[in-house]
Design a protein around this ligand. Structure first.
Ligand SMILES: [Zn+2]
Length: 587
């Protein structure tokens, strides 16, 4: 086995993204089908004013006001109000667009995802819980894929989950995957990303033998009784497999990003946070810049720099806070305090169910503190990944100490912020720390959390949107794509229902359900504030950028469990239509 420099790349991915980005790509199936672009509205002309009227417009302004018309000029909103009010302001030369009673909201924001990672892992096919209830069904599907494959094809899958998918057996070994294909390499990344399985062909390509030692960095190769690798890969043993996958090496990042960006537009996303820019490769910032300029990447990006490259950022590049423009801007710096709860690497106050382990600190309180002080003095906002209540203790303590020492800590935010104990709520409030929730955790892993990982009481402390609203702590929602690929409206639905995927009808901690208004703010106005951009996006108010979505129905009034199914009809960024639903009639 030869470990090349790419192993560093993948270990960076595992370590810096922490939640297990690797671990669970594309949780929701069939999202690809939504991506077809059909943009039919002509580009705006200079000095042209357009009035969109006959709509229900949820402005998401401070008063949560509703209006009926907006006017845009160039890339800016210039008027909001009733049709008569707007026309009075802009005159009667404006181009009039009848929205036929549809619903308009500010363009949606995903407050935390990974642009390059989401593109790269999209080449693995999802065989997880949302597509297959059992491991056997997933395997049956993989066999069909194998039967239709051609010589030399790579058969790559992700999200297999022994934690949530029912199964007669509890491991995916090479002999099982050889039935998918004996001649082509087969690779399955399990949900959570810390475990994978390979078939015999793949083992051969990786050069694994009886005498291959387990990785020194942690983890192991599963072996049969005679010592032969059996296809199971644990921890850092996943890396040599990833390195040997040719489609990753030849992956066209530009094409991949263009595709995911088009899918995001179809779900109404107009702005995204890249949580850890250049986690994979040093040139990512330049890549994002290039794709933003040439239009391949349609969303506005607010970037949080990945650690480990400070020499590049602050030395060679001389990057200052707010480097960039309204389209692509660096606003902060991201660190990770622990791993992920579903992989039992989130750092807890108390041990996980059925063991002694309290998880894994990726950084000590002291290291978090040092980062806060150093980056805050440079003027960067801090985004700090914390999943377990123990890691969140460390973050709270570090922010508190920095503030005590007179450091101006700019809008500190906790990423995922999964398990929050009652005593931590007031500390967050007192220290002005906001949170961004990976709300898909509730839907997909809520059942595993309450039955296997934490037990009922602690599982109910997951993603506490209800408590945050009562205490008055701002929160946003995020997909952490590719960890989940929920759309903004699906995230809103999860926050307001908290219904578990594996236990239909079961609501995890009913008192933690979000109010619709607040969940909607979590993908618009609060998210904009949290990413230092409330002066330009997040609400429909005069002077802000003309980013908005046209929806088929009103998320405030549809049945609560169908919010996620509301059709996005149009998406507009900078006053230009970037997405239009195929079946929509021409205006
Ligand atoms: Zn992340």
């Amino acid at each position: 086995m030869k470990i090349t420099s790419r192993s560093k790349l993948w270990s960076r991915l595992v370590v810096t993204l922490g939640t297990g980005l690797l671990l669970s790509a594309c949780v929701v199936a069939d999202r690809n089908m939504a991506a077809k672009q059909d943009v039919s509205f002509p580009p705006s002309q200079p000095d042209e004013i357009r009035v969109f009227y006959n709509a229900t417009i949820l402005t998401m302004d401070e008063a949560f006001s509703t209006s009926q018309a907006i006017a845009i000029e160039g890339n800016k909103l210039i008027a909001v109000g009733s049709k008569a009010e707007v026309l009075e302001q802009v005159g009667d030369e404006a181009i009039m667009i009848d929205l036929q009673k549809k619903v308009v909201l500010p363009g949606f924001i995903d407050a935390h995802l990974h642009i390059v990672g989401a593109a790269q892992l999209s080449i693995l096919e999802d065989v997880g819980l949302t597509r297959f209830r059992t491991v056997e069904e997933a395997l049956e599907h993989m066999k069909q894929v194998g039967q239709n494959s051609r010589p030399g094809d790579w058969l790559l899958f992700t999200n297999l989950d022994f934690g949530t998918q029912v199964s007669q057996f509890n491991e995916m070994t090479a002999d099982r995957l050889d039935k998918v294909s004996a001649d082509n390499p087969v690779f399955v990344l399990h949900a959570g990303g810390h475990v994978a399985s390979a078939n015999s062909k793949m083992i051969e390509l990786m050069g694994l033998t009886k005498s291959t030692p387990d990785p020194e960095t942690g983890g192991k190769f599963g072996r049969s009784a005679d010592g032969q690798p059996n296809g199971e890969l644990y921890g850092f043993a996943v890396l040599p497999a990833l390195e040997s996958i040719e489609p990753f090496q030849n992956f066209d990042r530009e094409k991949g990003i263009k595709e995911v960006s088009a899918q995001w537009s179809a779900s109404g996303l107009t702005s995204i946070v890249d949580a850890g820019t250049a986690a994979l490769k040093a040139d990512e910032l330049d890549l994002l810049k290039k794709l933003t300029i040439n239009g391949s990447l349609q969303q506005r990006i607010r970037a949080y720099l990945s650690p480990g490259r400070d020499d590049l950022w602050f030395g060679k590049r001389g990057i200052k806070p707010n480097y960039g423009d309204a389209k692509l801007r660096i606003v902060g710096y991201k660190v990770s305090a622990d791993g992920s709860n579903q992989a039992r690497t989130g750092l807890q106050r108390d041990p996980y169910l059925g063991g002694e382990s309290k998880g894994l600190p990726y950084m000590s309180e002291e290291q978090i503190f040092d980062n806060i002080v150093e980056k805050s003095k440079l003027g960067f906002q801090m985004a700090m990944h914390g999943n377990g209540d123990g890691a969140i203790d460390n973050i709270i303590s570090a922010v508190g100490r920095a503030k005590q020492q007179g450091v101006t800590v700019i809008r500190p935010r906790i990423e995922h912020c999964s398990i929050i104990q009652d005593d931590q709520l007031q500390e967050l409030k007192d220290l002005d720390i906001s949170c961004s929730f990976l709300i898909g955790h509730v839907r997909l892993w809520g059942s595993a959390f309450r039955k296997d990982i934490f037990g009922q009481e602690k599982a109910e402390k997951l993603d506490r949107t209800g408590s945050f609203e009562r205490v008055g702590i701002p929160y946003s929602l995020h997909s952490d794509a590719s960890v989940t690929t929920f759309t903004p409206l699906e995230m809103v639905e999860i926050a307001v229902t908290r219904e578990l995927f594996s236990e239909p009808g079961y609501i995890l901690a009913p008192s933690e359900r979000a109010a619709r208004e607040m969940a909607l703010r979590g993908v618009t106005s609060t998210a904009a504030w949290q990413m230092m951009s409330e002066h330009e996006i997040g609400s429909l108010e005069p002077g802000k950028l003309a980013d908005f979505v046209v929806l088929e129905e009103n998320p405030l009034t549809v049945k609560v469990d169908s919010i996620g199914e509301i059709k996005v009809l149009e998406t507009w960024i900078d006053g230009e239509q970037v997405y239009r639903e195929n079946s929509r009639e021409t205006n």
